[in-house]
Write a protein that binds this ligand. Sequence first.
Ligand SMILES: [Ca+2]
Length: 302
Amino acid sequence: MKQPIIIDSDPGIDDAAAISIALNHPNFDLRMITTVNGNVGIEKTTANALKLKRFFASKIPVHRGSSQPLLSEIVDASAVHGESGMEGYDFPEINYNDLASTHAVEAMRKELIASDEPITLIPIGPLTNIALLLSTYPEVKDYIKEIVLMGGSASRGNVTPLAEFNIYCDPKAAHIVFSSGLPMTMVGLDVARSSTLSHATVNELKTLNKTGDMLHQLFKHYKGDDFEKGINVYDAYTILYLLHPEKFEVKEADVQIETAGTLTKGATVTDFNTHFPNCTVVMSVETTEFKNIFIDALTYCK
Ligand SMILES: [Ca+2]
């Protein structure tokens, strides 16, 4: 049975990998892509989502969302993803007629309450849109199956010693989402670090299909990792976890967000000894298994 999902994203090179699979894999019923300020500003992340929509000639609606975090200052990651946020591939020209007119938060609310079955939300950027959705329309919680997000870390961070980028960008939003009481799965740096895609695997993508070629060119411009040593396709782990949860090691934990710390802002404080877990933390996946499920998922793309 197809899993109904909504992707909330700030594309983003690794977002492009996640979206490619979500748009094309027969196990998913992707209802919409919503965009958020994150890796780059909202105009660019929205343009990048529209580039992917064009690339796949997809009918899935793209809705623009929040242009800044709830309270914190904007931080971006153009140093990692390039000036446009998805540097390295010559995408077809976008057409703003492809952009849906409704705001992301309104569109998610409408889709959720009209859905016959609960929908899984997959945030792969800062959690601003999801926090606004849950605080503005708490009644939508009844229509959300679970939230499977890319963000956080049970150990070290990447943007600061203790904070991962998506959570660091909007810690207040993350706090709202993690305290929502909804079933949560944190797909963070722990699992991404457990199974880096090797340089050889990334090179295999080149000849896999058109999508593999597109991703290979984007990955070459990804400055977050050393391309020669291999890369982490962070956001794609959410989608691959939903396809093959049995391949991943998980642990239950209580995860709280540090919103006020001066050195620790955005840390996901993860307690595995709690009797009151609020979150499933995805810890690891075996490297060869991960490579196989990633490549297999991409074979459904053009
Ligand atoms: Ca992202």
